[in-house]
Design a protein around this ligand. Structure first.
Ligand code: AMP
Length: 328
């Protein structure tokens, strides 16, 4: 835990009257949970300050967690402290105006290939940025305030980014900090119902994915969610993207990939890569993407490039299986 970086960030927050928080675009539970949790924590602790959460996109799926701040005039950024959470590279930020802030803080758990900001606190081993926000609270709990609402946001991100505390990034610290949040009395029945209940039609789509998915010779499962499939099931991009999660329990398939056609005249296919044991972010990096060792994103611009990426993943899995034992 980098207490020095945390201390510097807390001091910066104290130095400013206006603080603007943002996260990456196309937010997931961790991006929404960490920003909303941090926002709420700072509002409770520093009621005299203007603490804002401003983004340019939002997630329908996570809308049950409530709204954010209204946009403010651009000139107000110049005197503000900007805090960017869960965003590996500044080009992925949702609120593009954040770079107009007087100073910028980065708090993240992704591999740090492109440092940005005047101050940064990056801990790649953390299961989520929400875990880091909980650790931040824990480190300064004599000064910072949280409540059940803030704890619910933070817990929501911890749960979703760790696959319900299942991924190998989950540590004893994760569980201790999750416990700290649960001490605030979170209604987990309501939270889990909002996060995980499925629409009937969505389950029909899931069944379709199982029917249509393919597997390569060496164990890469993949599905191409083309426009026809998206229209047939009336899928949003978010619905279509969830296809990757359906393939995560296939024996011998150490890597699984969803290719999602995105709207527009040009062929643009969003790629979501997942794996167990095998490192796949280098494959994503070959195709305009990046991410974690076992969870990455990329974009390909033709069906040929999609096939190329599948071949690269297949070769990676082949090499892994030839040089390791005990994989499942
Ligand atoms: P996704 O499949 O979009 O959920 O991405 C999985 C992980 O990879 C997330 O942690 C993303 O932050 C990261 N990621 C996705 N796309 C990119 C990209 N173009 N560059 C760097 N990291 C990415």
């Amino acid at each position: 835990m980098n207490k020095e970086a945390m201390q510097k960030i807390l001091q910066k927050i104290k130095d400013y009257d206006r603080i603007i928080i943002t996260r990456h675009f196309r937010p997931d539970g961790d991006a929404v949970g960490s920003t909303k949790g941090f926002w709420r924590m700072l509002q409770l602790t520093f009621p005299e300050k203007e603490i804002l959460l401003i983004n340019e996109d939002y997630s329908e799926y996570l809308s049950f967690l409530g709204g954010e701040s209204e946009p403010i005039p651009e000139e107000k950024y110049a005197s503000a402290l900007g805090i960017v959470l869960d965003t590996a590279t500044i080009d992925r930020v949702s609120n593009k105006k954040i770079t107009l802030c007087k100073e910028l803080v980065k708090i993240d758990h992704h591999i740090d290939n492109n440092p940005y900001g005047d101050l940064f606190w990056v801990e790649e081993h953390r299961s989520s940025v929400c875990e880091m926000i909980a650790a931040f609270y824990d480190a300064f709990s004599d000064e910072l305030k949280i409540d059940s609402e803030a704890a619910t946001y933070i817990y929501a991100g911890m749960v979703t980014d760790s696959g319900r505390f299942r991924f190998s990034s989950v540590s004893g610290d994760t569980m201790r900090l999750a416990g700290l949040m649960l001490d605030q009395k979170i209604d987990t029945d309501v939270l889990f119902a909002n996060l995980y209940l499925e629409e009937f039609d969505k389950l029909k789509f899931e069944a379709y994915v199982y029917d249509k998915m393919r597997i390569t010779e060496n164990g890469v499962a993949y599905i191409y969610v083309d426009r026809e499939m998206q229209e047939k099931f009336q899928l949003t991009q978010e619905d279509a993207s969830s296809a990757v999660g359906y393939m995560d329990t296939i024996k011998g398939a150490l890597c699984w990939i969803a290719f999602i056609d995105t709207p527009g005249a040009e062929t643009t296919i969003r790629v979501r890569l997942r794996s167990r044991f095998v490192t796949i972010n280098t494959i994503a990096e070959n195709h305009h993407g990046g991410g974690h060792a076992c969870a990455s994103g990329a974009t390909v611009y033709s069906v040929e490039e999609m096939e190329q990426l599948i071949a690269e993943a297949d070769a990676r899995v082949k090499e892994y299986k030839e040089t390791h034992e005990g994989w499942l």
